[in-house]
Design a protein around this ligand. Structure first.
Ligand code: KMH
Ligand code: ZN
Length: 280
């Protein structure tokens, strides 16, 4: 099973921006298209193969504006070869129809969260009919989903989804555990192990990310369990105690070093496309 097999190399995904942090609180957060493009280039150089994108508007606020999403996809493709994954999670305030329309921007991949989660003081809303609708649209549009798992029940829900609608476009099933959200699974190795033990048999690869102070422990746990990595300022703004992250490439570079130390160096983009079932 995917949970037990050790991939030769490590897919590193960077999630550089997110929807929760304000530019005022974090001036180094990349929010403009130029910053996104520069981030993509530097993160690829540092070892990333995929980028998970949340877009901001001219006021640096989260947006799902269709034109802006298309521009972001073009900006990243112009600056790098990274696999482009758009967030369909958006922010907790985004309506479901806007989130479905993200696929119109024609990314390689999109995030697809497997259930509703309390999200700090907010609620990240993912009703089952929405999950099914979004999944079927990815199949129709030829977009490879990355299933986001914030809680153990969502792992079981993925099994139900795959049973009912079959495999994703490309035939591979890649999931990402997001641990440490207040309201979701805690950011512990034990929670990750429980998630891995529950994975449906169709899953072919997995990554994990820990939010906030769980970032580094979960990175190490993922490496030691043979998984892939997601890092970035969406998930973690502190590089070390008292030392903020200055650039996403720092987090990617550290992940690449640790993966190399674990004898699973960063996966080149071409190999990552194969892993995810994307055309060469
Ligand atoms: N911003 C969160 C509410 C995703 O990108 O798909 C949802 C999120 C998950 O970040
Ligand atoms: Zn996201």
């Amino acid at each position: 099973p995917a949970s037990a097999s050790f991939a030769p190399n490590t897919l590193i995904t960077v999630a550089p921006t997110g929807a929760e942090t304000s530019r005022a609180d974090c001036p180094d957060l990349p929010t403009t298209l130029a910053e996104l493009a520069e981030t993509a280039r530097r993160c690829q150089d540092a070892g990333a193969a995929m980028i998970h994108i949340h877009v901001r508007d001219d006021q640096h606020l989260p947006t799902l504006d269709p034109g802006r999403l298309r521009d972001a996809v073009a900006a990243v493709r112009g600056a790098s070869n990274l696999i482009v994954q758009l967030s369909t999670g958006g922010s907790v305030h985004d309506p479901l129809d806007r989130r479905l329309a993200v696929l119109d921007a024609e990314p390689d991949s999109c995030s697809l969260t497997m259930g509703t989660t309390n999200f700090g003081d907010d609620v990240f809303v993912n009703p089952w009919p929405f999950v099914c609708e979004l999944y079927q649209r990815t199949q129709e549009r030829g977009v490879v989903p990355e299933f986001e798992l914030f809680d153990l029940g969502q792992v079981a829900a993925l099994g139900r989804l795959l049973e009912r609608y079959g495999l994703p476009f490309g035939g591979r099933v890649h999931v990402d555990f997001v641990l440490g959200v207040p309201g979701g699974m805690p950011g512990t190795a034990a929670a990750l192990a429980a998630g891995l033990a529950a994975l449906p048999e169709q899953v072919t690869s997995w990554s994990a990310t820990g939010i906030g102070r769980t970032h580094l422990p979960i990175l190490l746990a993922a490496l030691s369990h043979g998984g892939h990595l997601r890092v970035g300022m969406e998930d973690c703004l502190t590089f070390a105690k008292g030392r903020p992250v200055r650039h996403n490439a720092e987090l990617v570079g550290r992940a690449a070093e640790l993966a190399t130390l674990a004898q699973r160096p960063p996966m080149p983009v071409a190999q990552a496309r194969q892993l995810l079932g994307l055309p060469a």
